[in-house]
Ligand binder design. Structure first.
Ligand code: GLN
Length: 195
C-alpha cells in the first residue's frame, strides 16, 4: 500500500514593504506550507518559492536594491524556483514599464502599464475566469497595473475587458490583483504546486 507523503514547502514572502502579513496569513491557511518572511538574500537558499507582494513598487524596488537582493532574486528564478508577483510585485517582475522610475527584475517578458486601472478610487473587486485555475475566482484590484504586451513565451491567463491581468512564463507567475485579500486560495495553491 502506498502512503502519500506530503513534503512541507517553505514559501518566502519578500518582507520589505506592502501586503506582507496578508500573504503570510494566506499561506498559513494552507496545509504543508511553512511561510517565511524574507529580507536577507541568504534566506533565499532555504526556500522553495518566493512571493513578491503588492504595495508600492517604487519603494519595494529601492529596498530590493538596498538589501542587495537584485542578483539573488534573479538567480533564484534562474535556478527554476517559482516566484509569484502580485500587483506591485507584478510590476517588479516585468521587463519594461511605462513609468520607468522603477528598476525591474526582468523575470518574464512583459511590458507593464503601472496604475493602468487608475487611482485608488478606481480600485474594484470582480471575479475572473482564469485559465487552468477556475471560472469565478474573486480578485481585488488596488491601483492595479495591467500587462500591456507579452512575449511569445508568456501564457496570458486572465483578462479584465481586454486587459491582461495574469500571466505565467515557466516558473514565474504574476497577477495585477491581490489574491491574498480574499478567502479563495486557488491562485496561491496553483503557485505552491509550481514550487
Ligand atoms: N500602483 C502600485 C505600484 O505601481 C501597485 C499597487 C498595489 O500593489 N496594490 O507600485
Amino acid at each position: 500500500m502506498s502512503t502519500s507523503q506530503h513534503q512541507t514547502k517553505k514559501i518566502g514572502v519578500l518582507n520589505l514593504q506592502g501586503a506582507v502579513s496578508e500573504h503570510l496569513a494566506a499561506l498559513n491557511r494552507i496545509e504543508n506550507v511553512d511561510p517565511i518572511a524574507i529580507k536577507d538574500p541568504k534566506q533565499l537558499d532555504d526556500i522553495d518559492g518566493l512571493i513578491i507582494p503588492g504595495g508600492e513598487s517604487t519603494a519595494i524596488s529601492r529596498l530590493i536594491k538596498q538589501n542587495g537582493l537584485i542578483a539573488p532574486i534573479k538567480n533564484f528564478a534562474k535556478q527554476g524556483k517559482a516566484i509569484l508577483g502580485t500587483c506591485a510585485g507584478l510590476v517588479l517582475c516585468g521587463k519594461q514599464t511605462t513609468h520607468n522610475e522603477v528598476e525591474l527584475l526582468d523575470l518574464l517578458d512583459i511590458t507593464v502599464e503601472r496604475n493602468g486601472f487608475g487611482r485608488q478610487i478606481n480600485s474594484f473587486e470582480t471575479t475572473l475566469e482564469i485559465e487552468a485555475i477556475g471560472q469565478a475566482v474573486p480578485a481585488v484590484f488596488i491601483r492595479a497595473p495591467y500587462i500591456a504586451s507579452a512575449g511569445e513565451g508568456v501564457r496570458q491567463l486572465a483578462f479584465v475587458d481586454d486587459k491582461c491581468v495574469m500571466a505565467q512564463q515557466g516558473n514565474i507567475v504574476v497577477c495585477s490583483f491581490h489574491p491574498e485579500l480574499t478567502q479563495d486560495d486557488q491562485i496561491i495553491r496553483y503557485f505552491i504546486n509550481l514550487c
